[in-house]
Design a binder for this molecule. Structure first.
Ligand code: NAD
Ligand code: AKB
Length: 321
């Protein structure tokens, strides 16, 4: 049986669906702070969980025959800067509770890290797997610390814990939850709903990004890989594409020609400025055959199609090829 924490979040909603499709909803327990939402797949049982409570984590693992945990609960970069203590308590306290409890029962664990482990002194382009991690945000500090905690449990206790350093993840099913890369999702909704979006980072802010189907695929591929093939037990770099906020606006304008985007950087600009513009994921490609399927244009067309349908404002993506 599988436990997914943070199941109501941006990644949780899509990963939960993919796991339910693959293993059957009755084999999955979804857990988050609040109740199940309308997107929780049928047959998936929802359990309230605050990952900061070691007793509640223990209770869930004692009362359910869980063998694998996808531990997604977390506080993202922008929210983290606004509440650093909460960010530390959830991201580190929660991960420690999960790793300890998993270790006592020899469970498998997936935990997402982030490009936020990199910082102002990391090489800006094609940041390699072994690039220096010197995060400048509390969120990045929790991710860099979490990566080392994962490796500690893997090397000292042989815990099968696996991790991916996600770039900004773009999706339409659930809204993003307080990150710096949220503009890349919000821009689509602004374009279709209002024909306009005021972006909180500058037009030339360039960051690594990935479309949700590839993010989900990366998790399933990594968790399905042969343990002996994995040379990284901190967290794997994965990449799909990079774009600047201005380039994304232009890519949307190809299909929504009247869309106007303005740029008024706020505190999130400072966070974005510490992250690399692109990531080298050759180790993930070599170890577990990682390969993304979506490029920028394919992602844009898919996002516009789905959001247009859900808002009842269809976008004609056949106009430009
Ligand atoms: P999200 O904010 O959309 O979802 C996080 C979920 O965690 C929310 O549903 C929230 O209710 C839950 N949560 C918060 N505090 C909790 C607590 N104390 N106990 C239990 N649940 C709690 O985030 P997401 O985008 O789905 O991200 C999931 C994970 O992936 C996080 O660890 C995040 O750092 C990581 N990640 C996400 C991205 C991205 O672009 N979405 C990129 C890199 C890494
Ligand atoms: C954020 O912006 O905080 C996340 C991330 C890249 O970790 N999307």
């Amino acid at each position: 049986m599988i436990l997914v924490t943070g199941s109501n979040g941006q990644i949780g909603v899509d990963l939960l669906q993919a796991l339910a499709d693959r293993y059957g909803g009755m084999h999955i327990v979804a857990a988050d702070l609040e109740g199940s939402n309308s997107r929780t797949p049928p047959d998936v049982r929802f359990e309230p969980l605050d990952v900061r409570s070691v007793d509640r984590v223990e209770e869930l693992l004692t009362t359910n025959p869980i063998d694998t945990i996808y531990h997604l609960a977390g506080i993202l970069s922008a929210s983290g800067e606004q509440n650093p203590d909460l960010c530390w308590d959830v991201n580190i306290g929660g991960l420690r509770n999960v790793l300890r409890a998993a270790n006592e029962r020899s469970l498998r664990v997936f935990w997402p890290s982030s490009i936020a482990v990199f910082g102002p002194h990391t090489v800006r382009e094609e940041a390699p797997q072994s690039a220096r991690t010197d995060p400048d945000t509390i969120y990045g500090i929790t991710k860099a610390t979490g990566e080392r905690l994962c490796r500690y449990y893997a090397s000292h206790h042989a815990l099968d814990v696996r991790s991916i350093r996600f770039p900004g993840v773009i999706s339409y099913s659930a809204p993003p939850g307080g990150g710096t890369t949220d503009f890349a999702v919000e821009m689509f909704f602004g374009a279709i709903k209002d024909g306009a979006y005021d972006c909180f980072v500058s037009a030339d802010t360039r960051l690594p990004m990935m479309y949700m189907p590839d993010a989900v695929k990366s998790v399933l591929d990594l968790m399905g890989a042969d343990s002996d093939a994995l040379s990284v037990r901190t967290s794997y770099n994965v990449a799909a594409f990079s774009f600047s906020a201005g380039e994304l606006a232009e890519a949307i304008q190809k299909y929504v020609p009247d869309f106007t985007c303005t740029f008024h950087p706020d505190f999130r600009q400072e966070i974005a400025d510490t992250w690399p513009g692109s990531i080298d994921d050759s180790v993930a490609r070599a170890d577990w055959n990682w390969i993304p399927e979506f490029d920028l244009d394919r992602m844009v067309r898919d996002m516009l199609t789905h959001i247009g349908q859900s808002l009842g404002v269809p976008v004609d993506i056949s106009k430009v090829e």
